[in-house]
Design a protein around this ligand. Structure first.
Ligand code: ZN
Ligand code: ZN
Length: 412
C-alpha cells in the first residue's frame, strides 16, 4: 500500500531539511515560502527543529502582493525597493544561516504589466541582493530550493483539472520526481547522488576544452575554461564543508562555459517562463561567447530585455548535462517552473556563472575571473536545449573527440 499524502509530505519535508539543505545541529534556518504553501512551510519548521535547528524563521512571499504593486502603485514610485525581505536575507547571509526556498509562482502573474518596469524591479532587487547571491555562488551557505504547488501555478500545469484536483496532481508529480514514492527515499537519494558524483569525477578528470551540442536547430560549441570543475548533486560549503543538495529535484551535472568561447546556434526545446511571461520557440546565435542574434516565436521582447540586462546577460553562465530519461522528461509535463523543468534536459543559462566551477574562482578578483573565462551578471536564467535527439561530444585540447551523449542519453 502506498503512503498517505500526509506521510509523503512529512518525508518530503524531512528530505528537504536533512538531504536538501543539510541542516546542522545548532544552525539557524530561514525558510522563504509563498503564503499558499503555509502547511508545508510549517512542516519544514517542525522538521528543522527536530533536526536540531536553533532558530527557524519563515519569510512569507506572496504573488498577489507583488502584482498589486504593479497594478496600483504610483508610476513614479518604482525607484523604491521592497527591502524587508531582502534585508532579512542579507543578514542571514552574513550570519551563515541555512536557507530553504519553497519556489512556486504563477508563471503568468505579470504578463499584463509593463515588461520594462518588471525587468527594472527585478534588476534593482538583484543588485540590492548581490552580497547575498555572491555568498550563494561561492558556497558560503548551505541552501536548498524545493517546490510546492500553489493553485495558480497548478492551473498552468494542468489546465483541464478543477483547482483542487490540479494541486493534488501537482503534488503527486513532485513526490514522484523527488523519489518520495519510493520505498526508501533517503536510500534512493543516496544512490542518485553517488551516480551524479561519478559523472562529475569523470568529466573533471577529462578536462574537455569544449562541448559540442547537435540537435534539431542546434549546432553549438561551448568552450570550457581551463581548470573548470563539474558540479551536481551534493555540494559542500566553502568553510565548514557542510554537505547540501541545492535543488530538489536535481538530475544535472554542470560547469561554467568560457565567457568568450561559445559559437554557433542553439534552439530551445522547452518554453522559458521568465518575468511573468512564457517565451516560446527561441533561438540564440553566439559569436565569441556573445549572443549576436535572438529570435522567438512568442515574447521575443522579454527575451531581449533579459539579454540586455548587462554585458554578462548576453553570455553563458552554465552548461548542464541531463539525460533525456530523467524522471521529469519522462513525465512529459511542462511545469512552467525552472527548478523542475531544468532537470528535464540538457540546458544552458545566460548570465553569471558559479565561481566554484573554476578552480580558485572564489578567490579571484573580478578581472582575473573574467580572464579565466568566468562570467558576471545580475541574472542567471536557465533554458532547455536537450531532447531525445541531442548528441553531445567532448573535444579534448589535443584535438580528440569523445562521444558523451547520443540521442539524449549518456554513452557508456
Ligand atoms: Zn542547471
Ligand atoms: Zn542554472
Amino acid at each position: 500500500m502506498s503512503d498517505s499524502f500526509e506521510t509523503k509530505l512529512e518525508k518530503y519535508a524531512d528530505l528537504a531539511v536533512r538531504v536538501g539543505v543539510g541542516l546542522q545541529s545548532g544552525q539557524r534556518l530561514i525558510v522563504r515560502a509563498p503564503v499558499e504553501t503555509a502547511p508545508f512551510a510549517r512542516l519544514l519548521v517542525k522538521k528543522a527543529y527536530q533536526a536540531g535547528a536553533r532558530l527557524v524563521e519563515v519569510l512569507w512571499v506572496d504573488d498577489a502582493t507583488n502584482l498589486a504593486r504593479f497594478q496600483h502603485a504610483p508610476a513614479d514610485s518604482f525607484d523604491e525597493l521592497p527591502t524587508s525581505l531582502a534585508d532579512a536575507l542579507l543578514r542571514c547571509g552574513e550570519r551563515g544561516d541555512a536557507v530553504i526556498t519553497v519556489y512556486a509562482t504563477d508563471p503568468s502573474l505579470l504578463k499584463d504589466q509593463d515588461p520594462e518596469l518588471v525587468a527594472k524591479t527585478q534588476k534593482d532587487l538583484q543588485a540590492y541582493l548581490l552580497p547575498f547571491s555572491k555568498r550563494i555562488v561561492s558556497k558560503k551557505l548551505n541552501w536548498c530550493v524545493v517546490s510546492a504547488p500553489i493553485p495558480s501555478w497548478a492551473a498552468h500545469v494542468f489546465p483541464d483539472a478543477a483547482p483542487e484536483e490540479g494541486t493534488d496532481r501537482l503534488w503527486d508529480r513532485i513526490f514522484r520526481i523527488c523519489r518520495i514514492d519510493q520505498a526508501d527515499p533517503f536510500r534512493a537519494w543516496k544512490d542518485h547522488i553517488a551516480g551524479l558524483a561519478r559523472r562529475r569525477e569523470y568529466l573533471d578528470q577529462r578536462q574537455f576544452s569544449a562541448l559540442r551540442f547537435r540537435g534539431p536547430g542546434t549546432d553549438l560549441t561551448v568552450g570550457l575554461p581551463e581548470r573548470h570543475l563539474w558540479l551536481g548533486g551534493e555540494s559542500k560549503t566553502a568553510g565548514k564543508k557542510i554537505p547540501f543538495v541545492a535543488n530538489l529535484p536535481t538530475e544535472e551535472v554542470f560547469t561554467a562555459p568560457h565567457r568568450d568561447r561559445v559559437d554557433g546556434v542553439v534552439r530551445s526545446t522547452k518554453p522559458l517562463s521568465y518575468a511573468g511571461a512564457v517565451i516560446e520557440g527561441f533561438e540564440f546565435r553566439f559569436e565569441n561567447g556573445r549572443v549576436v542574434h535572438v529570435e522567438a516565436e512568442r515574447n521575443a521582447a522579454v527575451l531581449r530585455q533579459l539579454i540586455d540586462t548587462d554585458d554578462g546577460a548576453a553570455r553563458l553562465g552554465e552548461v548542464a548535462l541531463v539525460p533525456h530519461s530523467s524522471p521529469i522528461s519522462q513525465s512529459g509535463i511542462l511545469f512552467y517552473n525552472t527548478l523542475l523543468d531544468e532537470n528535464a534536459s540538457c540546458h544552458l543559462a545566460v548570465g553569471k556563472s558559479y565561481r566554484v566551477c573554476i578552480a580558485g574562482g572564489g578567490e579571484m578578483s573580478d578581472q582575473d575571473y573574467a580572464r579565466a573565462g568566468g562570467n558576471e551578471s545580475l541574472v542567471h536564467v536557465d533554458f532547455m536545449i536537450g531532447s531525445g535527439e541531442m548528441d553531445v561530444d567532448g573535444a579534448g585540447s589535443d584535438g580528440s573527440t569523445q562521444a558523451l551523449m547520443r540521442s539524449g542519453e549518456w554513452v557508456d
